[in-house]
Design a protein around this ligand. Structure first.
Ligand code: ADP
Ligand code: GLC
Length: 491
């Protein structure tokens, strides 16, 4: 099957979160199953053109504002199987993408011209296929930045040779971001006004890009079974639950896998010594290195709780760090543990975390983005905290389990589908869970984990091994994607 992935992120070139990991590792898994996969993303300013190969000639893209011209670069996706290379293409347009930030900057979190930038990007996907003389079976779009791809296919492109047999699939990685803009921006899509209603853009007199993608895609999915259910409810449907219920027959949850080459304690180049469930000595070395890196006392006997997160409401940071309200301060004050966090995000939260680290000797933070440190935290921590308000899939809890680090998570979305709660009677489970998101639930559950660390050592070791022996590889999920593509082609 020929599959074109259209995404705003792909690891290792452009990443703000799990979307990037997922697009690249899903593509690798599909290629390993023998399918022909290509990826297209914008060429953001920080992607160095030097090692890339430029396609000959410019690419003309028709938009509402007239024809825009861009260059296209390409390279092969690192890790692609030798005989089935995945080409990744970069659409290079100075005015739209030659700036800092993917969606925005701290000063301007959502660029004003985002509807225009991503309309252009989605239209360029079709022009690129034409330029390559490559007729995809499936156009697989991701999240709101890719959501116009199914719309453009349905209302225009499919009537042209090259796309007459093509079907579209849209993956929702996060319903909290929909791309809602003033209708004035509709003009950049170059679609007629009768399409506005027919394609499902209408949203309380605004234009909703994700909603239109949901209405137009041949098949839809999100990234865990539980989240697919949650998004169909009024409380967690972000006002799109009705549309998702309406499309129920075509909508399912497929759990993300993880890249087991990149996230594997036996082969990880970012940790001091490799380890596995059979020989855990390297994990103790990683803990020591982590304590040193964060300036914590080098105690082997104390539990280290790690966290790596975008510091946004979705991740439960209000309940954890809200000034005078969040439980992080009392957790660190009352319990004999060490806490390390790596993250960037909302200003208030970054400031509060800085303030906590100046007040507490066992709380250390790096307000930064670092791939390397993220591996050290996964390996060196005993517990990994993810108190998410909602979590479509979540990758870090899976990384944690394969690194023998026990996740402490809220019972929601992909967290619920991947973590088994500790059973104090049998010693079973792979992590610690709580239901309601509030500061005392986080406090009590971290307390429970710390209690088990000091008083139920055998259970903790058993849980680590159980987690490490689980498989979160992509193979099963990639086959589910193929089944979804086949179902789309049969429509
Ligand atoms: P989300 O996509 O909602 O942020 P996921 O758990 O799916 O959540 O994926 C987050 C990914 O981003 C993980 O690979 C995580 O390690 C990475 N990440 C998030 N913040 C940072 C950071 N500050 N430094 C390094 N990696 C980060
Ligand atoms: C989103 C979700 C996260 C998911 C990721 C990749 O960013 O918040 O839960 O793992 O997409 O699908």
């Amino acid at each position: 099957m020929k599959i074109m992935m259209a995404s705003s992120e792909a690891a290792p070139f452009a990443k703000t979160g799990g979307l990037a990991d997922t697009v690249s590792s899903l593509s690798l898994a599909l290629a390993n199953l023998g399918h022909e996969v290509k990826i297209v993303i914008p060429r953001y300013y920080n992607i160095d053109r030097e090692p890339l190969e430029q396609l000959e000639g410019p690419l003309g893209v028709g938009t509402g504002g007239g024809e825009e011209w861009c260059a296209v670069y390409k390279t092969s996706l690192p890790g692609s199987p030798g005989k089935n290379t995945i080409e990744i293409f970069f659409v290079d347009h100075e005015k739209f993408f030659g700036r800092d930030g993917i969606y925005g900057t701290p000063a301007e979190p959502d660029f004003l011209d985002n509807p225009r930038r991503f309309s252009f990007f989605c239209r360029s996907v079709f022009q690129l296929c034409r330029k390559l003389r490559w007729e995809p079976d499936i156009l697989h779009a991701h999240d709101w930045p890719g959501a116009l791809v199914p719309v453009f296919l349905k209302f225009g492109e499919k009537y042209f040779p090259g796309f007459d047999n093509t079907k579209s699939v849209l993956t929702i990685h996060n319903l909290g971001y929909q791309g809602i803009y003033s209708k004035d921006n509709y003009w950049f899509t170059s679609l007629n006004w009768d399409v506005f209603g027919a394609a499902g853009f209408e949203d309380w007199n605004m234009m909703n890009l994700l909603k239109a993608g949901i209405c137009c895609a041949d098949k839809l999915n999100t990234v865990s079974r539980r989240y697919a259910e949650e998004t169909r409810t009024q409380s967690q449907g972000f006002r799109l639950d009705g549309v998702l219920r309406y499309r129920s027959e075509d909508y399912q949850g497929i759990l993300n896998g993880i890249d087991t080459e990149l996230w594997n304690p036996a082969r990880d180049k970012f940790i001091p010594a490799p380890y596995s469930s059979k020989n855990m000595a390297g994990k103790a070395k990683a803990k020591e290195a982590l304590q040193k890196e964060f300036g914590l006392s080098g105690r082997a006997d104390v539990p280290v709780v790690g966290m790596i997160s975008r510091l946004v409401d979705q991740k439960g940071v209000g309940e954890l760090f809200g000034p005078g309200y969040g439980s992080a301060f009392s957790i660190c004050r009352d319990m004999d543990l060490q806490f390390v966090i790596l993250g960037t995000g909302e200003n208030w939260c970054e400031n509060e975390i800085r303030s906590l680290s100046s007040r507490l000797s066992n709380f250390k933070a790096k307000i930064a983005y670092s791939e390397e440190l993220s591996h050290l935290i996964e390996a060196g921590s005993d517990f990994f905290l993810m108190p998410s308000r909602y979590e479509p899939s979540g990758l870090n809890q899976m990384y944690s389990m394969v690194y023998g680090t026990l996740p402490i998570v809220r019972n929601t979305g992909g967290l619920a589908d991947t973590v088994q709660n500790y059973n104090q009677d049998s010693g079973g489970g792979t992590g610690f869970m709580f239901d309601d998101l509030n500061p005392s639930a986080i406090y009590n559950t971290v307390g429970w984990a710390v209690w088990a660390y000091y008083n139920r050592r055998d259970d903790i070791e058993g849980m680590r091994i159980r987690g490490m022996n689980q498989s979160f590889s992509w193979e099963i999920s990639a086959k589910k994607y193929i089944a979804m593509y086949e179902a789309a082609l049969a429509t």
